[in-house]
Design a protein around this ligand. Structure first.
Ligand code: S3P
Length: 441
């Protein structure tokens, strides 16, 4: 979906969030289920698949490469795996829309297939850095070419077998780690990645779920190339990154009491809960259980008085997608919140530090961007007009801010909410947010 389509959210101030709800499936796990299910031998059944534009872009890509996939039907997929070497060359470029995860993971997964392919994306994806994947892939003797400035489109050319790599990652990025590991499946030998800080480990967990041995030792993960994936069934939990909007919303809106069901609680993803609790949030973790190799729980959140904090830097990779809405929590907190060590936010679907600082400032909040973070002084939020910048998480973060605003909020450029959270407007309305969407996608 193009970020230029103008869907406008209008959100009236006030209200509280209550009831029980289940947000859509985890985006990261949804992508990986299609990727590994396609390369497996046998039939993989998936439930809880996120039917959002990003995960659907991955699904379409594998269909274009000859994989038969039934669904999605209410989050269910049946993937008829073609085996490690069964993908076919598509008849033209593969468009991955807004999805950085699709592009970075596929560049690795496809580098050693012996196929010629081109991966393209929308204007946001085409401006995001891809050297972080093309560089390690070049060291594996892959031939993956970016545009001169290191961005998409990516052209993948056939090579003989990939070389294994021992890669100390310069950035804490699960996308880069996954890219190298997926390429490593096709390398002649042992590929290892060391990460500077823990990042989401869904690729490692899911490879193991498909019967592929992965060796983990602290910050280092290794696998041997040349193995096979055995089809399995996957139940995808609700996305904690989507739940985050409601965790913050119920925390800041007085009188709220909300239960979020079946939320993925992978310890590499739970920074949003840790940070909100440090700010004084009232979040109860209920019924913690394990579903298909991933921890899952119901989360009960009630409104609380939040206080500003210095966000611990070790929480940054564990909450990397949740900062837009955490900035809204900071705007509603008493005192100052300081974020450092988060320069990665500047190269997400938008420059999330700058656009959140601009939007919050337009609503009368003192928000001062820094090169690697932001300083936010809690205080009143006015009504007004802000821009979602075609970035799903920015649009939803501002929608949540309306719970504490003095007047209506109009949020432009919200079509891309559909990339990670189809049905956001309806679900948020059912929980108590007075939101409506207008305009065509
Ligand atoms: C993702 C990893 C993160 C995250 C993105 C999804 C993944 O990116 O921001 O939304 O599924 O691996 P980085 O690993 O580049 O930080």
């Amino acid at each position: 979906m193009s970020s230029t389509s103008n869907v406008v959210f209008t959100v009236n101030p006030g209200g509280r969030l209550s009831g029980r709800l289940r947000v859509p499936g985890d985006k990261s796990i949804s992508h990986r289920s299609v990727m590994l299910g396609s390369l497996a031998e046998g039939t993989t059944r998936v439930s809880g698949f996120l039917e959002g534009a990003d995960a659907l872009a991955t699904l379409r890509a594998f269909r274009r490469m000859g994989v038969r996939i039934e669904g999605p039907d209410s989050g269910r997929l049946v993937i008829h795996g073609v085996g490690m070497h069964g993908l076919k060359e598509p008849d033209g470029p593969i468009d991955l829309g807004n999805s950085g995860t699709s592009m970075r993971l596929l560049s690795g997964l496809l580098a050693g297939q012996g196929l010629r392919l081109t991966l393209t994306g929308d204007s946001s994806l085409s401006s995001r850095p891809m050297r972080r994947v093309t560089e390690p892939l070049a060291r594996m003797r892959a031939d993956v070419r970016s545009a001169a400035d290191g961005t998409a489109p990516l052209e993948i050319h056939p090579v003989q077998r990939l070389a294994p790599l021992d890669y100390p990652m310069p950035v804490a990025s699960a996308q880069v780690k996954s890219c190298v590991l997926l390429a490593g499946l096709y390398a002649g030998g042992r590929t290892c990645v060391s990460e500077p800080a823990p990042t989401r480990d869904h690729t490692e967990r899911m490879l193991e779920g498909f019967g592929y041995p992965v060796h983990r030792d602290g910050s280092r993960v290794c696998l041997e190339g040349g193995g096979r994936l055995q089809a399995t069934d996957i139940e995808i939990p609700a996305d904690i990154s989507s739940a985050a909007f409601f965790l913050v919303g119920a925390s800041i809106a007085e009188g709220s009491d909300l239960v979020l069901e079946h939320v993925g609680m992978n310890p590499t993803r739970d920074g949003v809960i840790n940070i909100l609790r440090l700010m004084g949030a009232d979040i109860e973790v209920l019924n913690l259980r394990s579903v298909g190799g991933e921890p899952v729980a119901d989360l009960r959140v009630r409104s609380a008085r939040l206080r500003g904090i210095r966000i611990p830097e070790d929480q940054v990779p564990l909450a990397i997608d949740e900062f837009p809405v955490l900035f809204v929590a900071a705007a509603c907190a008493e005192g100052e919140t300081l974020l450092t060590g988060a320069e990665e936010l500047r190269v997400k679907e938008s420059d999330r530090i700058q656009v959140m600082a601009d939007g919050l400032s337009a609503l009368g909040v003192r928000a001062q961007p820094t090169p690697d973070g932001i300083r936010i002084q809690g205080g009143p939020i006015s009504g007004g007009r802000v821009n979602g910048h075609g970035d799903h998480r920015i649009s939803m973060a501002f929608a949540i801010a309306a719970l504490r605003a003095a007047g209506a909020l109009h949020i432009d450029d919200c079509a891309n909410v559909d990339t990670s959270f189809p049905g956001f407007v309806e679900l948020a309305r059912a929980a108590g947010l007075d939101i409506r969407a207008a305009g065509a996608a």
